[in-house]
Design a protein around this ligand. Structure first.
Ligand code: CTP
Ligand code: MG
Length: 222
C-alpha cells in the first residue's frame, strides 16, 4: 500500500542539549534513520519539517534520497505537523504517517501494522504496555496508586487518511496544543486503533537516551 510520510524535525531538542535530530547515531544522523525507513517501506511522498534556518542543512543531509521535500515548521509541534499537512500533494484517501524525527529506530513491521489497522479505523498509533507500577504524587510525596490496566505509552508514527487528519485539525478549537495527532482525531469522533509498538522506537529526549538507542541499533550497523 502506498502512503505519504511527514517527519517533524523542527524542535530545538532543548532537553537533550540541542540539535538532537542532526546528531549521529550508529554512524547515521538521527533524522536520516526515519527518512530512510519511511522511504524504504514504500512512502511515495515524504515531507520533512525543519526549523526555517535548517532548510539548507536538510537539503545536504538527504540530498541523495528520492521523493522528499522540506518545509519550515512552527513554534509548537502541532504547528510543525500542520505545516507538513499543508505541503502534502497526495490523494485525500491516501494514508499519511506522521512521525517524530526524535524516534529514529523505525521498523518496517510497525509501519505494516499501522497501515493494516487503517483498513478498519480512522487512525492508528503504536503503543507499549506500561511495565512499572504507577504512582501519583505531589511535592515528592506519594498520594495515590494509579491502576495500570488500560494505560498505554504512545509512540509515533501515527497513521490517518489525509482527509481524516486534515478535517480533525481543522476542527481542533482547544486553546491548548494537542499532545499528538491521535488525540486530534479521537476528539473529533474518530476511532483510533492501538497497534503493537516497538521498544526500539524510543524517543530521544534526554542526553542519556542516545546511549540507550545505540545499544538498540540493528546488529549490522553497530
Ligand atoms: N518538533 C517540531 N516542531 C516543534 C517542536 C517539536 O517539529 N516546534 C518535533 C521535534 O523535532 C521532534 C518531535 O517533534 O522530532 C518530538 O518533540 P520533542 O521530543 O519534544 O523534541 P524537541 O521539541 O525538539 O525537544 P525539547 O522539547 O526537549 O526541546
Ligand atoms: Mg518538545
Amino acid at each position: 500500500m502506498t502512503f505519504s510520510g511527514i517527519i517533524v524535525a523542527a524542535g530545538s531538542g532543548s532537553r537533550a542539549g540541542g540539535d538532537k535530530q542532526w546528531r549521529t547515531l550508529g554512524g547515521k544522523p538521527v533524522l536520516r534513520w526515519s527518512a530512510e525507513a519511511l522511504l524504504n517501506a514504500g512512502a511515495d511522498e515524504l515531507i520533512v519539517v525543519v526549523a526555517p534556518d535548517a532548510l539548507d542543512r536538510v537539503a545536504d543531509l538527504l540530498s541523495d534520497l528520492p521523493r522528499w521535500r522540506a518545509v519550515s515548521g512552527g513554534d509548537a509541534r502541532a504547528d510543525s505537523v500542520r505545516a507538513g499537512l499543508a505541503a502534502l500533494t497526495c490523494a485525500p484517501d491516501q494514508p499519511v504517517l506522521i512521525h517524530d524525527a526524535a524516534r529514529p529506530l523505525l521498523d518496517r513491521a510497525v509501519i505494516d501494522r499501522l497501515l493494516s489497522a487503517l483498513e478498519t479505523a480512522d487512525g492508528a498509533l503504536p503503543v507499549l504496555a506500561v511495565a512499572d507500577s504507577l504512582r501519583r504524587g505531589e511535592a515528592q510525596v506519594m498520594t495515590d496508586v494509579v491502576e495500570r490496566d488500560g494505560l498505554w505509552r504512545a509512540q509515533t508514527p501515527q497513521a490517518f487518511r489525509r482527509r481524516v487528519i486534515e478535517a480533525a485539525y481543522a476542527a481542533w478549537t482547544d486553546a491548548d496544543a494537542p499532545a499528538d495527532e491521535a488525540v486530534v482525531v479521537q476528539r473529533n469522533g474518530g476511532k483510533v486503533a492501538l497497534v503493537q509498538g516497538d521498544p526500539r522506537l524510543l524517543k530521544l529526549t534526554y542526553p542519556e537516551d542516545f546511549a540507550m538507542a545505540e545499544a538498540l541499533l540493528p546488529r549490522q550497523t553497530r
